[in-house]
Design a protein around this ligand. Structure first.
Ligand SMILES: NC(=O)c1ccc[n+]([C@@H]2O[C@H](COP(=O)([O-])OP(=O)(O)OC[C@H]3O[C@@H](n4cnc5c(N)ncnc54)[C@H](O)[C@@H]3O)[C@@H](O)[C@H]2O)c1
Length: 443
């Protein structure tokens, strides 16, 4: 017989006295914690293994560019937000939401060590009545097959009977300006009571919740969303390469196709995929599919095409230089934009990094400018010891080629084209610029 154990989360949500622990205060966890405080009027306790994050929050500082420091400071002052490295403090909360990283291993297999590590750290502090929600993106089955046994083993409690367990995929779009609480929250609970509690938690702070039959279906929903993006981006990247050969401007074609009021959704080609999600998440599904003797061919093909794009950009750059009697070896290349997408400081999986490495391997002298990334941070699989150079006239005029890898909106591209000898544009950032058009090559 299923029962919702004490102390009930639901009455605590109703009178706004619930305390919510958020484990992992990164791009996902920090905005979520603020949403619970600001929209739901709930108290949020952030738990992170990184003590610097707890210190920053206590001081009202933001370490994520698009998260407002004032909002953090206000929530801390109002007694609604606190952060710690101490997992034992989760026992004083009514719900725990897990937002830790889910990367791939070197062999491109799911690395669930952060989820397992969090489960192990949390389990001794789990109490009857707790709701645990996993938000980290992973393959269908993770909540019940991976997290559940870790929590049960470490706590001696049983999911669905003593504590509540659910999955709710995170849908943050950093830098887009879309407020977290306006993005509908998909929720799948292990039992009807798990679902009811998780729906109530999110309904306290989000405009819309979307109940699902199981955690697995909710896990699959997130992967569908990301596979959909990866496959469609690969499609336009492939068409871009064809259009270059055919002398057609694909961006113009996409704009025209977008006028169709039904059945078409525009995706933009680029220098490859970046970020923590789209290049990684589809491979979680590929890996799980093997257990069912199933090969996810669309995902793998899209991955291949997208992963080859940095190489294609470098090839186009080499050809553009060669057309002007210049070799890539020894050429000075100024890369504009090194974060993975416009107006963010996030470098994870950024294709610019691979482009720079390929340029350097071919003997080019590379510098970069990025207003959001003053210095290339330490990365797990790359080592680029570089700092952003100022975007002076001398820097633009002194480069043999300026390669626009990320189209930050603060950059004056007309000036770039005016000063540069050659511009290789992977993002259509120079759209509409007439003067100096013959110096712009799309890649
Ligand atoms: N960033 C996005 O835009 C985005 C979008 C959709 C989904 N996601 C998913 O959300 C999850 C989190 O991503 P993110 O971008 O917030 O990652 P992140 O790297 O920005 O943040 C993760 C945080 O977790 C902390 N952490 C790591 N291990 C921990 C542990 N054992 N216990 C406590 N804290 C720990 C890290 O210190 C870090 O602060 C991932 O599964 C990701 O795929 C992210």
């Amino acid at each position: 017989m299923e029962r919702i154990p004490e102390p009930g989360l639901l009455p605590r949500l109703a009178d706004r006295s619930a305390r919510i622990a958020i484990v992992g205060l990164g791009y996902v966890g920090l905005p979520l914690a603020l949403t619970f405080c600001r929209r739901g009027g709930l108290a949020a306790l952030g738990i992170d293994v990184d003590p610097e994050k707890a210190r920053a929050i206590a001081a009202g500082r933001s370490y994520i560019r698009h998260v407002d420091a004032g909002a953090i400071a206000g929530a801390v002052r109002g007694g609604k937000l606190e952060a710690t490295t101490d997992f034992a403090r989760a026992s004083g909360c009514h719900a725990v939401v897990i937002c830790v990283p889910t990367p791939l291993t070197r062999e491109r297999e799911p690395d669930l060590s952060f989820v397992v590590g969090t489960g192990e750290a949390l389990a001794p502090h789990l109490r009857p009545g707790h709701l645990v929600v996993l938000e980290s993106t992973s393959y269908p089955g993770t909540t019940e097959e991976v997290l559940r046994p870790v929590l049960e083993r470490g706590s001696g409690l049983v999911a669905g009977r003593d504590f509540l367990l659910a999955f709710s995929p995170e849908r943050e779009d950093p830098g887009s300006g879309i407020a977290t609480h306006t993005i509908p929250k998909v929720v799948g609970g292990m039992t009807p009571a798990c679902l009811e509690a998780a729906l109530a938690l999110y309904a306290s702070s989000f405009e819309r919740v979307v109940p699902m039959s199981t955690p697995r279906a909710a896990e699959m929903t997130k992967l569908l969303e990301n596979v959909f993006r990866s496959v469609n981006i690969a499609l336009v990247n492939e068409l871009k390469m064809l259009c270059h050969r055919m002398g057609i401007d694909l961006f113009e074609v996409i704009d025209a196709a977008s006028t169709k009021p039904f059945g078409f959704m525009p995706f933009q080609p680029g220098p490859g995929l970046g970020g923590h999600c789209i290049p990684i998440d589809p491979f979680y599904l590929t890996w799980k599919a093997r257990e069912f003797e199933f090969q996810t061919r669309f995902i793998e093909l899209a991955g291949e095409i997208n992963a080859a794009m940095p190489r294609y950009v470098v090839q186009r750059t080499m050809e553009a230089l060669s057309d002007r009697g210049r070799a890539l070896r020894g050429a000075r290349v100024l890369v504009l934009g090194i974060s993975y997408k416009r107006d963010v400081d996030d470098m994870r999986e950024s294709p610019s990094v691979r482009i720079i490495e390929l340029l350097q391997e071919r003997g080019a002298e590379v510098v970069y400018h990025d207003p959001y990334v003053p210095r290339v941070p330490h990365m797990r699989q790359h080592r680029l010891d570089m700092v952003s150079v100022p975007l002076t006239d001398e820097a633009l005029e002194g480069a043999d080629v300026v390669l626009v890898a990320t189209d930050h909106s603060t950059i004056d591209y007309a000036r770039v084209v005016e000063r540069a000898r050659l511009v290789v544009d992977t993002r259509n950032a120079c759209k509409g610029i007439r003067a100096g058009r013959d110096r712009i090559i799309q890649a």
